[in-house]
Design a protein around this ligand. Structure first.
Ligand code: ZN
Length: 169
């Protein structure tokens, strides 16, 4: 596995619509493993392929779903060609950051629940129901595949003070 460089704004690749993945081959699996390693090293809770300069529809997320339980094991999600197929009516504001937008956070309104369909690394169909912060991470990462950055959606954006917790995806 190789650590990849995380590209930051204003890199044009972050503003492009990413291409659908059609080949589930060795190269794709190498890319996925590199993304997982790069996300963990950053560290971040999610990474979309355009963030390492690859304009393909692919995201990785690692997050412990149970926010109440600090000992909950983080779960790894690899989703190729992810699509949000269902959303809650309810939305909630939350503070987001992004590995590709260093030094800024913003308050973004997101659906509290989403259903995501896509494929796993072998090309088999998968479906994930995400709630709360995990749902927010999925929406943030899938936005990257459309060239959308959280600051586009944020109701306000600011520089966090030193010591403030900064969510990074
Ligand atoms: Zn991001």
């Amino acid at each position: 596995m190789t650590l990849r460089e995380i590209v930051t704004v204003p890199a044009p690749v972050l503003r492009r619509k990413a291409h659908k993945v059609t080949e589930f081959d060795k190269d794709l699996n190498v890319l996925i493993d590199d993304m997982i390693e790069t996300m963990r090293e950053a560290p971040g809770v999610g990474l979309a392929a355009p963030q390492i300069g690859v304009p393909q529809r692919l995201i990785v997320i690692e997050y412990a779903e149970d926010e109440e339980n600090e000992d909950a094991e983080p779960r790894l999600y690899v989703v190729v060609n992810p699509e949000i197929v269902q959303t809650s009516e309810e939305t909630v504001l939350g503070v987001e950051g992004c590995l590709s937008v260093p030094g800024l956070v913003g308050e973004v309104d997101r659906f509290t629940e989403v259903v995501v369909r896509g494929q796993n690394r072998r090309g088999q169909p998968i479906k994930i129901k995400a709630q709360g912060w995990l749902a927010r991470i999925f929406q943030h990462e899938i936005d990257h595949l459309e060239g959308v950055i959280f600051t586009d959606r944020a109701t306000r954006v600011w520089k966090p003070k030193e010591g403030d917790p900064v969510p990074r995806d």
